[in-house]
Design a protein around this ligand. Structure first.
Ligand SMILES: *[C@@H]1O[C@H](CO)[C@@H](O)[C@H](O)[C@H]1NC(C)=O
Ligand SMILES: *[C@@H]1O[C@H](CO)[C@@H](O)[C@H](O)[C@H]1NC(C)=O
Length: 455
């Protein structure tokens, strides 16, 4: 039939153009072999993808370290409005350094991504120091003064913090006790009269001791610090870590001690991947924030099967490696109304090629699949986590579709119920599977898919 030929050429042409448009991050429609189309958002048009180079703003930086904050979620897309009160902060410091004491008007949930940290929390009745390593987490309640040491001689320290601001839904501030080139000590905000009366000392003495305003020239070494990160000597590190408690043995901690995400058994584990998770039900610090924490390791070439979180909004932070993420939502209503007509409710695919330090948000109820294109490690904060369920849409275990009765499958899908069941049961793996099963390779030949989409 002639009719079939022309559209085929046309289709190929469209596919070619579509693949070009993806590389520029343009919205396009993807055509499967059947006539159905799916609209795809990728690159910078995907509002759930935060490229590390583009979406972080630097708060402090000197040659010893850096603190960056991620752009507000709610400003990026209305679909993340309820993440308004959450911010992500990234921290990196060089070996043998100290981040000076400060507090903030936000609760923090701190997770060590790489390296070793000695975290000291200071309270009016004492202080506690903890040694934290990769996968260790600790809540820092709002207003708690803390300082952080990177005691290692060689390795950088990388930390990610979830910040939940107290005064303002999306803003928080760091209050530093001492003055540096980067910021003033908050004590300097008080008037001379208040300072003199409070410290029962002359203002000259106070200035000299706390603010280094006088005598700076005479005592060159005691001059103002260059930034909020300072260098430590070996003896100073020894002194500061002497009383630090190791938290590596703890997995489910008490009220205020750090906990280790990887100290208990992974909830999913096979040769393709492992998922470790601590939920609010199991940990008082997480219960307080209503957050779950997870850490996922995946082998190159494995797939985290399509699933959705029943009620948690999940913020992924890529620690190592690369992955392709596909997230599925429905096209926004307004968009559809503009296009008029009573169109079918269309799905929207959000695609991202993520790598080290990128952030990706998975809204509640949106199905997602993750294809590890190299060995991969990521951490996740689940917001609104209590009683959250991870519902898988494929695989043997935890698969919600397989719980739908045959009679209903029969009515819902074009094929008879038993055929649908057979298809659903075909995948015998669970949670993590091979991203390129042999059967697919055979059908498609060694060169892979016929249609390539360039990112
Ligand atoms: C930090 O990351 C490097 C590179 O991936 C790894 O070799 C090292 O073991 C990590 N260190 C810690 C303490 O996790
Ligand atoms: C995963 O990504 C690899 C590399 O891009 C690709 O060959 C493979 O087909 C993908 N698998 C799935 C299930 O998307």
């Amino acid at each position: 039939m002639m009719r079939a030929r022309v559209p085929l050429l046309l289709l190929l042409g469209i596919l070619f153009l579509a693949s070009l448009s993806v590389s520029f991050g343009i919205v396009h429609r993807e055509h499967h072999e059947s006539r159905e189309e799916v609209s795809v958002l990728s690159g910078k048009n995907n509002p759930f993808y935060f490229n590390s180079d583009r979406w972080f703003r630097t708060l402090y930086r000197n040659e010893l370290g850096r603190i960056r904050v991620l752009q507000r979620f709610d400003q990026r897309s209305k679909q993340m409005q309820n993440l308004e009160n959450y911010r992500v902060v990234e921290f990196k410091s060089k070996p043998n350094t100290l981040l000076l004491p400060h507090h903030a008007d936000a609760d923090f949930l701190l997770v060590v991504l790489n390296g070793t940290a000695v975290l000291t929390l200071v309270n009016p009745d004492g202080r506690d120091s903890y040694i934290l390593e990769q996968g260790h987490a600790q809540k820092i309640p709002a207003g708690t003064i803390f300082f952080l040491v990177n005691p290692d001689d060689n390795e950088n320290l990388r930390i990610i913090k979830l910040a939940v601001p107290v005064n303002n839904p999306h803003r928080f501030q760091d209050f530093f006790l001492s003055s540096t080139e980067a910021q003033q000590s908050y004590l300097q905000g008080f008037s001379k009269n208040i300072l003199e009366a409070s410290f029962d000392s002359d203002i000259k003495e106070i200035n000299r001791v706390l603010f280094g305003e006088e005598g700076q020239q005479q005592q060159g070494e005691e001059s103002q610090q260059e930034g909020v990160f300072v260098e430590l000597k070996r003896e100073q590190i020894q002194e500061l870590t002497k009383h630090a408690k190791s938290s590596s043995k703890k997995s489910l901690s008490s009220e205020d001690e750090p906990f280790n995400l990887r100290n208990q058994k992974p909830i999913y584990s096979n040769k393709f991947g492992k998922l470790y998770e601590i939920t609010p039900e199991k940990n008082p610090q997480l219960k307080d924030l209503d957050v779950f924490l997870s850490s996922v390791d995946m082998k190159e070439g494995s797939l985290l099967l399509p699933h959705y979180n029943s009620k948690a909004m999940v913020i992924l932070v890529i620690n190592e490696g690369k992955a392709n993420i596909e997230l599925v939502g429905l096209r926004e209503q307004e968009q559809q109304q503009q296009e008029q007509q009573e169109e079918m409710l269309e799905v929207q695919r959000y695609r991202a090629k993520v790598s080290k330090h990128d952030v990706f948000v998975i809204p509640a109820a949106y199905p997602v699949a993750i294809n590890a294109t190299s060995n991969l490690n990521f951490f996740a904060f689940g917001i609104n986590a209590e009683n959250n369920q991870r519902n898988f849409l494929a695989g043997e275990k935890d698969n919600v579709i397989s719980e739908i009765p045959t009679e209903v499958l029969d009515l819902a899908f074009p094929a008879p119920g038993e055929k649908v069941e057979k298809l659903i049961e075909k995948q015998t793996g669970s949670h993590f599977v091979d991203a390129q099963p042999e059967e697919q390779q055979r059908e498609e030949g060694p060169k892979g898919r016929k249609v390539h989409f360039v990112y």
